[in-house]
Design a protein around this ligand. Structure first.
Ligand code: FAD
Length: 564
């Protein structure tokens, strides 16, 4: 695995023809001209289809050059900077433009829009890099004393405004970059436990584990960049979560540095010593402190992998098939069921899985109104064989038609590709964003209809219609997640308001229909107005009380999780 390049200050940036992410060049980020042309990321048929569907005319709407991004002077007082430098070392405290821009916000559509418009008002006043739990705890205590907000920064891939550093009191903020804490501290092979620093990224950890015949198996689409601390802080779910579990399930213990001291949480393999305090840290999004170490459950590296495609006649039939597999405990490790709109888009996308689908799966093309299911099994060959046979009989019984391995393998090969096209689509005047939820099997069809209806109404205007594509990708005995991708013609005059009103409508609709506020992206700044609808007023008060005890000066990422 080559060394991971840094993220650009835009989205994912481009990939070259070999599938490797292109280098950023100068540290200021990538100019619009460095991105592949729209024609390179979207084949002609897809461009035509989108123009027709959305009422969109491709046009050049490049971001402002990096040099013209507006950045206010750092508000960190010189004596505060000196105190931080005294604690961490001068070389680990930066107030320069480049460091601050690189830590400005995350990767949501709104984050990208703001930066494309030259707005870096969410940039921190300084970036600091602690090297240990003790240093991080001392840093948070110092922030409390100085009245400086501390926002933990892992891979910077938040898509819910988790890094915006919003503070009702408008205090100076620092980004606490965990990039120095990237070691694998210990591996207990007998107990299947690995202990790591919070800044470790997926590829590095998998490479380390592979040398011992082990794997973590947490593979979100942001895998190349996101970190272990970020996964725990947001309760992430990877593409194989149906089999491997969510990241919450993989955390056996962690260390949380807070302004009030250090908490060591989790007692593997299991304990009944009262409520599980580990659950308080999972999903805490930096609002209670900084996760400085994690002990994770690992598994043997799979000896074989088998991915294949199936086709259902309809979305309802597909959901019924998954539900039946779930009920009989026959779920594959990877499950991804696309609705008819997403299936059609997959078929048109000649640059990715779609090309192989078209070549290898005429049956699916004939059923263009149908739904594509990708399933994958990993593990010991005999177990994979047996599980595959049992699942196949359930799928056939539910009316699915097998499309074969080529479809599944094409999906697996291109599983990280989609985000690399996003900047080019934005350059061409499109709105591109995703949202996600989860619902019980009973509520899922209603939630699907409600979200689509709300987005179509909010984004439809004179001759324009959004394309709303959904899939289920994390399946439980009780229900499943729903992941929605939206493409629409961007309102060039008011792009931020356009998305804010669509997001508000979609969130209201999915909550009213019985969906959860989020399945794996977390609350961040974007979802916090709705938290009370999910956990209730008393639930919010309990969280506030915990925060008050651990972070009495409210310096730990005050802009996320808890409503104002
Ligand atoms: C293209 C793309 C694809 C994505 N795909 C997936 C997916 O498949 N599944 C999924 O679950 N998510 C996905 N995400 C969302 C994102 O990658 C996850 O939320 C991820 O867990 C964030 O990790 P990070 O290291 O980048 O954290 P950051 O973005 O740096 O931080 C996220 C939040 O956690 C806090 N935080 C970070 N590190 C720590 C720490 N050590 N201690 C305390 N708080 C901390 C931050 O302050 C922030 O509030 C995707 C995002 C993008 C842009």
């Amino acid at each position: 695995m080559p060394e991971q390049p840094e993220l650009t200050i835009q989205g994912w940036g481009p990939r070259d023809a070999t599938g490797t992410r292109a280098e950023d060049g100068d540290a200021g980020g990538v100019e619009a001209s460095a991105f592949p042309d729209l024609a390179e990321v979207l084949p002609k048929a897809a461009r035509r289809h989108l123009s027709r569907e959305l009422g969109w005319t491709p046009r050049r709407t490049p971001p402002v050059p990096v040099t013209q991004i507006r950045l206010a002077p750092s508000r960190l007082a010189e004596d505060g900077r000196l105190r931080l430098a005294e604690l961490l070392g001068e070389e680990h405290v930066s107030t320069d433009r480049e460091a601050r821009l690189r830590h400005a916000g995350g990767k949501s559509y709104l984050d990208l829009l703001r930066r494309r418009e030259g707005d870096a008002s969410d940039a921190p006043d300084a970036v600091v890099r602690p090297g240990s739990t003790a240093e991080t705890a001392a840093l948070l205590a110092l922030c409390s004393e100085l009245g400086v907000v501390a926002v933990p920064f892992g891979g910077g891939t938040s898509v819910v405004g988790g890094l915006s550093g919003v503070d009702a009191d408008d205090r100076p903020s620092i980004s606490v970059d965990l990039g120095r804490m990237t070691s694998v501290h210990a591996l207990d092979v007998a107990s299947s436990l690995v202990t790591v620093g919070p800044g470790v990224r997926g590829p590095t950890l998998e490479e380390h584990l592979e040398r011992h015949g082990l794997s973590l198996g947490h593979l979100p689409q942001s895998w190349e960049f996101a970190t272990m601390g970020g996964y725990a802080a947001t309760r992430s779910a990877g593409q194989a979560s149906t089999g491997v579990g969510r990241f919450d399930d993989l955390v056996a213990g962690l260390t949380l540095a807070t302004p009030s001291g250090v908490l060591e949480l989790g007692s593997p393999p299991a304990s009944a010593a009262g409520p599980d305090l580990l659950g308080l840290a999972l999903g805490s999004e930096g609002a209670l402190g900084v996760i400085t170490e994690l002990t994770l459950r690992v598994r043997p590296e799979p000896r074989t992998r088998h991915y294949e495609g199936w086709s259902f006649r309809s979305w309802e039939a597909g959901l019924a098939g998954l539900q039946r597999m779930a009920r009989h405990d026959l779920l594959p490790d990877v499950v991804r069921l696309s609705d008819p709109d997403e299936t059609r888009a997959e078929l048109l996308d000649g640059s990715r899985a779609g090309a192989s689908l078209l070549r290898g799966s005429l049956r699916l093309r004939r059923r263009a109104a149908g739904c594509l299911l990708v399933v994958g099994w990993e593990g010991l060959p005999a177990a994979v064989r047996a599980r595959r046979r049992a699942a196949a009989s359930v799928l056939r019984g539910a009316g699915a038609v097998r499309l074969g391995r080529r479809v599944g393998e094409a999906w697996r090969r291109h599983r990280y590709a989609a985000p690399y096209t996003r900047d080019s689509l934005l350059d061409a005047g499109l709105l591109v964003e995703t949202l996600e939820t989860a619902a019980t099997w009973t509520a899922l069809p209603t939630v699907h209809d409600a979200v689509r209806g709300a987005l179509r109404e909010a984004l439809g205007r004179r001759g324009k219609r959004p394309l709303v594509m959904s899939h289920v990708s994390h399946v439980y005995a009780t229900g499943a997640s729903l992941y929605v991708t939206v493409l629409a013609d961007r309102d060039d005059a008011l792009p931020i308001q356009q998305w804010l009103s669509a997001k508000r409508a979609a969130t209201d609709a999915l909550l009213s229909a019985g969906g959860t506020l989020t399945h794996h992206h977390a609350v961040g700044a974007d979802h916090r107005p709705w938290l009370e609808r999910e956990v209730g007023p008393l639930g919010v008060e309990v969280l506030r009380a915990v925060k008050q005890r651990l972070d009495p000066r409210n310096v730990c990422n005050p802009g996320v999780l808890l409503p104002d």
